[in-house]
Design a protein around this ligand. Sequence first.
Ligand SMILES: N[C@@H](CCC(=O)N[C@@H](CS)C(=O)NCC(=O)O)C(=O)O
Length: 209
Amino acid sequence: MAKLKIYGVPISRAIRTVWTALELGIDYEIVPIGWDDNSIYSDAYRRINPNARVPAIEDDGFVLWESLAITLYLVRKHGGDIAARDLPEEALAWQWTLWAATQLETPLIRWAMHGFILEAGERDAEVAATAMAQVRPLLAVLDETLGQREFLAADRFTVADLNVGAVLLRPRHGLDLAPWPNLRRWDRAVFARPAAQRAWAIRVAAAGG
Ligand SMILES: N[C@@H](CCC(=O)N[C@@H](CS)C(=O)NCC(=O)O)C(=O)O
């Protein structure tokens, strides 16, 4: 069986796919599609993902893009403890994944960019504050849920936690979770996982520290 091909440099959302592959113990290779060489905008890559975005994967000839769809696919395919065991668990994984993609991700990334990722001169404190005002109630929803259960879809870490964690992966490094103690407990458990630690180390190494 051919190795899973992950298109995208590790500083991009491609790291979500890497994290998933590490969780599942899948052999993978990274095809470093990115901006430095403009390969992301090439005709060759547009044949893989016509949106000219990363990540995408090629799995035994099957091509898929959208980072969180990729994680759902890989976990469904390779099973194991982090896959849903029944339809309600699977449905909760869809729920949290769509919530993370449609509600949380945009304001969270905007806050992170203007809070601490952009160069100081490029940050706009007002944009960061407006974004955080949108993020806060969403983190409260997570906190409330995690006050009632240990993980999002089951009594163990599953792809639902992986996908919400994937969206939090970069922004959490500037986020003080003290106001949300249940979320903080979950965050520590999720990011203490060897696969999450390894994925973060790969990302940091690729970003040059
Ligand atoms: N919803 C997409 C977003 C993909 C996306 O925007 N990726 C960024 C890198 S993290 C990208 O490819 N940007 C290319 C560009 O902005 O031109 C996903 O989750 O896969």
